[in-house]
Design a protein around this ligand. Structure first.
Ligand SMILES: [Zn+2]
Length: 281
C-alpha cells in the first residue's frame, strides 16, 4: 500500500551548488546533502566503491548518507539503482489472509529485482535487507547520497486486480526556488518529475507485457517516500495481498524483476542525454 502521511513542511534542506552537477530539463543544478561526509574519491567518476554500497545495504539502521563519489565536474550517467522494500520492522504494511505481510513480500521482490538489475550491469543499493523499518527520510537519504541513481520503492497493494502491477510517480510539486542554493527536503523530487515519468512509463510498459490488465502508463499520486527523493523515482505496486495463496504472489516475482531491470535499462540512455552536451565521456 502507498501512503502519503501528509506531514507539514519541515525545516530541512538539500544544499545546491556543492558537489557535482546535473542538468535536468535544461537547468543546471547540483545537489549536496547537508549530511554528506567530507570524503571525496578521486578519478572513478560516478562510481560507487563496493564499501559504500555495502554500508548502505547492511542491516540495522542505514547510514543517512554514503560517500559522495566523483570529482565535482564529473559527468554523470545512470549507474546505481536504489531498491526500497517498503515497510518492515514494526510496520508490516498491508496484511492479507493466511499471514501474508507486505513487508516480507517486498523483500522477496527486491532480492530478485536486484539480481536482474545486476545482470544488466547496474549497482544496486537496498534501503533494507532484513526486517528493519528505516524512516521515510532514512530511505530517501540513502538515495540522495548516490550519484547517478534512480530510486524504486516496492509495495504490495491491498486492492486491485490480483496479478496486475501499477507504477506511480509523484504528483506535481510546487516549483523549486533555489536562488539561495537550498531546496526544501520535502520538494527534493520536484526537479526530477519529468525523468520520473519517463522511467515510470518505461517500467510500466515492461510490466504490462508480463501482467495483462495492468495499466499502459504510469499514474500519479501523492507519495510521501518519493517526494523527498532527489533522483528519478517511482513506486511499483503489485496486486495484491488479498490472494488465497502466497504462491500467487511468488509467481509474479520473476516477471516484476525482469520488467524493472529492462525498464531501467531502457531509461539509461534518456538519463545520460540529460547531461550537458559535450560532457559525456
Ligand atoms: Zn506499501
Amino acid at each position: 500500500m502507498l501512503l502519503d502521511v501528509g506531514d507539514s513542511r519541515r525545516l530541512r534542506f538539500l544544499a545546491i551548488g556543492g558537489i557535482g552537477s546535473l542538468v535536468v530539463g535544461g537547468a543546471a543544478m547540483a545537489f549536496a546533502l547537508e549530511t554528506s561526509p567530507q570524503t571525496q574519491q578521486g578519478p572513478g567518476a560516478g562510481t560507487l566503491s563496493p564499501a559504500s554500497v555495502a554500508t548502505a545495504g547492511q542491516g540495522g539502521t542505514p547510514a543517512p548518507a554514503g560517500p559522495a563519489p566523483g570529482p565535482p565536474t564529473a559527468p554523470r550517467a545512470l549507474n546505481v539503482v536504489v531498491l526500497d522494500p517498503a515497510h518492515g520492522g514494526t510496520d508490516p504494511g498491508a496484511r492479507g489472509t493466511g499471514g501474508i505481510q507486505e513487508s516480507e513480500i517486498t523483500l522477496e521482490f527486491a532480492t530478485r529485482a536486484r539480481q536482474a538489475l545486476e545482470q544488466q550491469g547496474f549497482q544496486v543499493v537496498e534501503t533494507r535487507q532484513g526486517n528493519e523499518n528505516p524512516s521515510f527520510d532514512d530511505r530517501s537519504a540513502i538515495a540522495n547520497a548516490q550519484r547517478g541513481a534512480v530510486f524504486i520503492t516496492l509495495h504490495i497493494a491491498s486492492t486491485g486486480i490480483p496479478g496486475t502491477v501499477r507504477v506511480y510517480v509523484n504528483a506535481d510539486l510546487p516549483p523549486v526556488k533555489a536562488a539561495n542554493g537550498l531546496i526544501p527536503w520535502d520538494l527534493a523530487q520536484a526537479p526530477f518529475l519529468g525523468l520520473s515519468r519517463k522511467l515510470g512509463d518505461l517500467v510500466q510498459g515492461m510490466l504490462t507485457q508480463h501482467f495483462k490488465g495492468s495499466p499502459d502508463a504510469a499514474q500519479t499520486a501523492a507519495i510521501r517516500q518519493l517526494r523527498t527523493t532527489a533522483a528519478p523515482a517511482i513506486a511499483v505496486e503489485v496486486s495484491s495481498v488479498v490472494v488465497n495463496d502466497r504462491a500467487e504472489l511468488d509467481h509474479m516475482v520473476p516477471g516484476v524483476a525482469d520488467a524493472i531491470a529492462r525498464g531501467v535499462a531502457a531509461f539509461k540512455p534518456l538519463y545520460a542525454m540529460a547531461l550537458p552536451s559535450g560532457a559525456l565521456p
